[in-house]
Design a protein around this ligand. Structure first.
Ligand code: ADP
Ligand code: MG
Ligand code: MG
Length: 885
């Protein structure tokens, strides 16, 4: 298998494996593709992802094949550029870049200007005729290489640079002259030798292989692991390495570097969008060292900025760039995120990829591109990440609310966030664990901050542009972000900060508006999102292409209304126990539980009946004839038990029974393992009067609402935690009997279904038999996962994270269905259920019903519907359409 692929110059670019991101990584595959369509790409080569996996698995050693293939590929680069690597007179310099299958912003470090040493720096100075440029490049190289490859703290070098500037009375880096940089190079080399006990490597081949090893190793760095876990990227993918001839954006005022998008990644607007810097090298834009300039004249004018746009300062290079933008969009048929460098007036493309975008932009672009004839409806449906819709379904700031604006930054990622200020990532994570809403405020963020960004509701940075680390990562995560708010200054030592002219302390509440860039004091009220427009159009397309129905898990009329607004086509799970917690009812529930005998229970249930009937009637009215699955009481009774003395006293007053008696009764009911104890249908078997009351409430409500006109109600009564056919047979007979009684009393009848949850492995195995009693199955995959894996959902957080890190489960099995294991149980139950009853209705009501990957599985096994919490309904509609395509 070929280990290295060349690109640029006269390289062939024809091999299918070279175009395959799984082999050459996203960056490598796209560099080759750009070169193949004739775009100006500096020549280079890509080492395959397979080699990084081999290297990490086989004791971090390079194979002889790889060594000779790299040498050969390097010759291709040398011949194309017409310079030799390590040549003291006219050296070839390269960058060494990582590139995994999917883009992992900032996860892997790039080394630029590799190939410089004490001799080649002289050659670079001579051939470029620019001594300052040569020494500046060399010091950048030492600094980057020492940080990324040799593992030294980059602060050591920055400190030396600061001191050098102070000594000379300089304010900015641009004031340093050639001799200053040369002096710094000596200092930098001394630092390396002091720290490592050996000199900075002068052998260019040693430099190259050191950098390649560092890229390979970075795949297993802690920050890469965190990113992989958050984004469900398997460890086996590995990363490719790209070695590419350098082009220089730091060769004076006709040189520049920039980052651009072919459309606006925040709004989706069809306008070139990006940032650039004159006389600078790649990382300078992203790292936020200097504040970048606007790309287009329109954007500059819009922002009221002074420094010229690229369109104005370099019209020729900009014209060329615009041509490339259009070419790339029509080639990739998607919005592209581009890195480019202009070396002495000539444009070079260094990267392209499908750009990350906000959910709003994703929707707009998908819908617009169908209109432009660039893509079809199916592609548009597949283009939008269902989970990203989540961003749009949540509230934004109320435009009429008073805003106490402290300062303004760049609108880097939309949405509104309020929370307490936290000044570092660890604190963010800690406070968020205590259920506090926090806003992470940093000078700028780096990959080390990712866990804190994830924990925070929003992110505010003092430095960095629209393409800074904070902005890119926040957009990807769907967190609101305001970046480059220069009105923010932080005093980390005292845990205080200044925003605008206000002094604040960590813990004070602020609000961010990621759409306008405003930072406000206190909490600002929000409003519900607008779901028409592009959202409505895409949802309509999705509905047209999906096979499965989408229902909701809801038990309050408010939730039902929300879910219907989001397009729910019924209720897949109404948990009746949630209604038992209402303030007025809990004492009746407790009276029922703690009653000494059936008579006592019946008396308490009498009090609950009208309340339950009222709940169900409201829900049936709201759902207007759509199917409603109502689950009879499921949780262990101890969940309702009084625990505090006041609660026992209140109950004692209510019932006229002594506190001691109640406490004794409570301790009699104590269970060691309640989740596997007296719960679910076991309650119905032992206390049939509870299920009788619930069934009565359901049928009375159904008759009442049907009697009001409109669509007839068809209740689906669901019996939980069934393991045997006999359990279901007994309870079904009970439900049928109550139905008959109610219909006789009301002098009417209604259609209804009795069915069961499949949430125990035994039930899945016995599904063929159970289906004789069940008109429908609803897969309760939360409990099914819990019981199949033998993992308690409530205790899993202690170890599941590590399980996912170690690849034992690829994702948290409570979030995304364990298709390999639990999936088999589902598949088997579907098969056996259908063979008994060909028209059995099949659905899923666990959390997995709102998880796109699990929804894909539900489509495969042929379920009739998925049921998701109200805010997940649109996600499920889109995911179901994607699964069907
Ligand atoms: P990342 O994946 O973090 O963006 P990259 O490998 O794309 O890392 O490189 C980081 C920066 O270095 C980019 O701005 C890129 O444009 C610049 N760069 C990479 N290779 C070269 C090169 N051969 N010549 C000039 N600049 C380069
Ligand atoms: Mg890049
Ligand atoms: Mg359950």
């Amino acid at each position: 298998m070929q280990t290295v692929y060349t690109f640029g110059g006269n390289a062939p670019h024809e091999d299918e494996r070279q175009k395959d991101k799984t082999v050459t990584g996203g960056k490598g595959a796209n560099l080759a593709e750009m070169a193949s369509i004739g775009l100006p790409v500096p020549p280079g080569f890509t080492i395959t992802t397979e080699e990084s996996v081999r290297y990490l698995n086989e004791g971090e050693d390079f194979s002889d094949t790889l060594r000779s293939d790299v040498a050969e590929a390097l010759t291709h680069v040398e011949q194309t550029v017409g310079k030799r690597f390590g040549d003291a007179g006219d050296p070839l310099l390269v960058s060494v870049r990582s590139g995994a299958r999917v883009s992992m912003p900032g996860m892997m470090d790039t080394v630029l200007n590799l190939g410089l040493n004490d001799e080649t720096v002289q050659g670079l100075a001579a051939t470029s005729g620019d001594k300052r440029f040569a020494w500046d490049s060399y010091r950048r190289f030492i600094q980057m290489y020492s940080d990324v490859v040799l593992g030294l703290d980059h602060g050591l070098f920055e400190e030396a640079l600061e001191i050098a500037k102070e000594d000379r009375g300089y304010f900015s880096d641009t004031e340093l002259e050639a001799d200053d940089w040369e002096g710094l190079v000596t200092e930098f080399k001394d630092i390396v030798e002091r720290e490592l006990g050996k000199p900075f490597p002068q052998d260019v081949n040693e430099q190259l292989w050191g950098a390649i090893a560092a890229v390979f190793d970075s795949w297993d760095s802690d920050r890469a692991k965190v990113y992989r876990r958050l984004n469900s990227i398997p460890a086996e993918w590995g990363t490719a390495v790209n070695v590419q001839a350098m082009v220089f954006g730091n060769m004076g005022d006709s040189s520049a570097t920039g980052v651009a998008f072919t459309r606006d990644p925040s709004t989706g607007e069809r306008a070139y969008y990006g940032e650039w810097l004159v006389n600078a090298q790649g990382e300078d834009v992203v790292a936020g060292i200097r504040t970048p300039q606007y790309l287009t004249k329109a954007a500059r004018e819009n922002a009221g900025a002074e420094k010229p746009s690229m369109e104005e300062a370099m019209p020729d290079a900009f014209g060329e760039l615009a041509r490339v933008f259009d070419l790339l969009e029509s080639h990739y048929k998607d919005m592209q995120d581009i890195e480019f460098t202009v070396q002495q007036g000539k444009l070079w493309m260094l990267q392209t990829r499908s750009g990350k975008r906000t959910a709003k932009a994703a929707l707009k672009m998908a819908v617009d591109m169908v209109g432009e004839g660039l893509i079809d409806e199916e592609t548009a449906i597949l283009r939008v990440d269902p989970m990203a819709l989540d961003q749009l379904l949540h509230p934004t700031l109320d435009p009429d609310a008073r805003r106490d604006v402290l300062t303004r930054g760049l609108p880097a990622s939309p949405g509104a966030a309020s929370g307490k200020i936290v000044l570092d990532a660890d604190t963010a994570e800690e406070w968020a664990k205590r259920e506090e809403a926090v806003v992470l405020v940093r000078v700028e963020t780096s990959p080390e901050d990712i866990h804190g960004m994830h924990a925070a509701k929003g992110i505010l940075t003092a430095r960095g542009g629209m393409t800074s680390h904070a902005a890119v990562v926040a957009r990807g995560m769907g967190r609101p972000c305001v970046s480059g708010a220069s009105g923010v200054s932080i005093n980390l030592a005292e845990r205080t900060l200044r925003i605008g002219d206000r002094e604040l302390t960590e813990g004070d509440v602020i609000t961010l508006d990621g759409a306008s860039g405003e930072v406000m004091a206190g909490e600002v009220p929000t409003i519900e999102p607008e779901l028409a427009g592009d959202f409505g159009v895409l949802m309509e397309w999705a509905d047209k292409h999906r096979r499965m129905n989408v229902r909701t898990n809801a038990e309050t009329p408010a939730d039902c209304r929300t879910a219907r607004g989001f397009g729910a086509e019924g209720i897949g799970l109404c948990r009746t126990e949630h209604m038992f917690f209402d303030a007025g009812r809990i004492s009746a529930v407790r009276a029922m539980i703690l009653a000494d005998d059936e008579a006592g229970r019946r008396a308490a249930l009498e009090r609950l009946l009208p309340e339950q009937r009222g709940d169900f009637a409201e829900i049936f009215r709201t759902m207007a004839g759509l199917p409603c699955t109502i689950r009879l009481l499921d949780p262990p009774l101890h969940e309702f038990m009084p625990t505090r003395d006041e609660e026992f006293e209140a109950l004692s007053d209510d019932l006229g029974v002594g506190v001691d008696h109640l406490k004794r009764r409570a301790s009699e009911l104590h269970e060691f393992n309640p989740m596997l104890g007296h719960r679910g249908c076991r309650l119905g078997i032992t206390f049939p009067e509870i299920y009788e009351m619930q069934a009565r409430a359901i049928f009375e409500a159904a008759c009442e609402v049907t009697g009001e006109g409109g669509e007839p109600v068809v209740p689906e009564v669901m019996i939980p935690l069934v393991a045997t056919k006999r359990e279901l047979a007994i309870l079904r007979a009970l439900v049928d009997r109550v139905a008959e009684e109610v219909f006789a009393e009301k002098g009417t009848t209604l259609d209804y279904l009795v069915g069961t949850m499949i949430e125990l492995p035994r039930a899945a195995l016995m599904a063929g038999e159970i289906a004789e009693e069940a008109r429908f199955f609803s897969f309760g995959t939360n409990d099914l996962t819990q019981t199949a894996l033998g993992v308690s959902r409530d205790d899993a957080s202690r170890f599941l994270g590590e399980y996912v890190d170690k690849g034992i489960y690829s994702r948290d099995p409570f979030v995304s269905l364990d298709v390999d294991g639990v999936g088999q149980l589902v598949e088997l139950a579907v098969e056996r259920g259908l063979s008994t009853r060909g028209d059995i209705k099949l659905g899923i009501c666990g959390e997995h019903g709102g998880d796109p990957e699990s929804i894909g599985f539900c489509e495969e096994v042929g379920l009739d519907y998925v049921s998701a919490s109200p805010y997940r309904v649109p996600i499920a509609r889109l995911a179901a359409a994607q699964a069907a395509l």
